[in-house]
Write a protein that binds this ligand. Structure first.
Ligand SMILES: Cc1ncc(C[n+]2csc(CCOP(=O)(O)OP(=O)(O)O)c2C)c(N)n1
Ligand SMILES: [Mg+2]
Length: 324
C-alpha cells in the first residue's frame, strides 16, 4: 500500500510518542495538584488518533469526548496550549476555562471535546451537515467510545447521517470498558458494534486499533469512500487503555480486568509494533528513535514550564467569551 511509507510512518510514530510521553508526564506530575481537572489518559491507545491525525488536514473537523488528549494532539493541536489548559491558564486552548475534557482549537479543526458521553456525536453530525450545505471540501471525524453506542442519541445521529448522506467518519475506540464495566455486562455478548451499525445501512469496518498497518488501511478506505460518495462511514478499532479510567494511576489492584487481558494488550503495544516495523524495514534505527524521543521529551518539558509560567485568566474576563 503506497501510503505505508517511511515518511508517513515516521510522522505517525512521532505523534504516537508525543501522545504517550505527554500522558506519562501528566501522570507523573499530577500529584503536584497544579492540574486541577480530572484527566483521562490514553496510554495504550495512541495508534488510532495518530493515524487519523496524520491523514486528515487542519481544515477537516473533529469532535471528541472525555478521553481527548490523544485526539487533540493527533490532530496537530498545540502542546503548549494543551498543557496550559490542564493548568487552567489563560494561554490554554480553551483559555483555561475547560480543562482536560473541554479542549477546543479551531486553528487545527478541533472543534471540541465534551465530558458528557455521546454528547459530541450529534454536534459532529451537525458540523458535517453544515460543511455539506456550504459545499466545503472537508470531512468530520467523530471520536466515540464503546459506551457511547449505548446512548439513544447515537442511533438518532447514525440515522440522520445516513438519511441525509453526511460526510462523516465515526471513529469508535472500543477499549472494552465503560469505567469498570466490561462490554459483556452492558451489551449482548455476540453482538459486534460494527455489525450493529452495518444493520443501520452504514458502511462499517472493524480493525485492530494497535496494528498501525490495519488502522491506516481501514482509515484510508473510509476516507476515500466518504470523499467519493459523501456518505458516512463507521470504524470500530479495538484497543486498550493501560491506566485507570480517570486519573494518573494504574488500577490493576482493583481486579476488574483480567491480568492476562492487560498483558495481551501490553504485549501488543502499538508503539513497539510500529518501532519494530520501522527498524525491520531499515527506515529507522534504535538511535534515530532515541533522538526522536528525546526531542519530544524536551518539547514536553518546555510546554510544562510555559504552562506553569503563564497567568491565570483575569477575574474581569470571566464573561468575556460568552455568547450574548
Ligand atoms: C451521559 C453520561 N453518562 C455517564 C457519564 C459518566 N462517564 C464518564 S466516562 C464514562 C465511560 C465512557 O466509556 P467509553 O465511551 O467506552 O469511553 P472510554 O472511557 O472507555 O474511553 C462514563 C460512564 C457521563 N460522563 N455522561
Ligand atoms: Mg470504553
Amino acid at each position: 500500500m503506497k501510503n505505508i511509507n517511511k515518511k508517513n510512518l515516521k510522522k505517525i510514530l512521532y505523534k504516537m510518542l508525543l501522545i504517550r510521553e505527554t500522558d506519562l508526564q501528566i501522570s507523573k506530575r499530577y500529584s503536584e495538584s497544579q492540574m486541577r481537572c480530572p484527566t483521562h489518559l490514553s496510554i495504550g491507545q495512541e495508534c488510532v488518533p495518530s493515524v487519523v491525525g496524520a491523514f486528515t488536514s487542519k481544515k477537516d473537523l473533529c469532535v471528541s469526548s472525555h478521553r481527548s488528549h490523544a485526539h487533540y494532539l493527533g490532530k496537530g493541536g498545540s502542546l503548549k496550549k494543551f498543557i496550559s489548559e490542564l493548568y487552567g491558564k489563560s494561554t490554554g486552548c480553551s483559555k483555561g476555562r475547560g480543562g482536560s475534557m473541554h479542549l477546543t482549537d479551531l486553528n487545527v479543526g478541533f472543534v471540541g471535546s465534551t465530558a458528557i458521553v455521546s454528547n459530541s456525536i450529534p454536534v459532529g453530525v451537525g458540523l458535517s451537515l453544515s460543511s455539506k450545505i456550504l459545499g466545503k471540501k472537508q470531512i468530520t471525524i467523530i471520536y466515540l467510545g464503546d459506551a457511547s453506542v449505548e446512548e439513544g442519541v447515537f442511533f438518532e445521529s447514525l440515522n440522520f447521517a445516513i438519511v441525509k448522506k453526511i460526510p462523516v467518519i465515526f471513529v469508535c475506540e472500543n477499549n472494552f470498558y465503560s469505567v469498570y464495566s466490561p462490554l459483556s455486562v452492558r451489551q449482548p455478548v455476540n453482538r459486534e458494534i460494527y455489525k450493529m451499525v452495518k444493520a443501520c445501512q452504514i458502511k462499517s469496518f472493524k480493525a485492530n486499533g494497535n496494528f498501525v498497518n490495519e488502522v491506516i488501511a481501514s482509515f484510508l478506505k473510509a476516507k476515500s469512500f466518504v470523499e467519493k460518495k459523501g456518505e458516512p462511514v463507521f470504524l470500530e478499532f479495538q484497543t486498550y487503555r493501560w491506566f485507570e479510567h480517570c486519573g494518573p494511576n494504574l488500577d490493576d489492584h482493583l481486579k476488574y480486568r483480567d491480568k492476562k487481558e492487560l498483558m495481551y494488550w501490553k504485549k501488543n503495544d502499538p508503539i513497539d509494533i510500529l518501532q519494530n516495523f520501522l527498524i525491520k524495514k531499515r527506515w529507522m534505527n534504535i538511535n534515530s528513535i532515541k533522538n526522536m524521543k528525546s526531542s519530544i521529551t524536551k518539547k514536553i518539558d518546555q510546554a510544562f514550564q510555559y504552562a506553569k509560567r503563564s497567568p491565570f485568566p483575569k477575574k474581569e474576563d470571566l464573561f468575556k467569551y460568552l455568547y450574548k
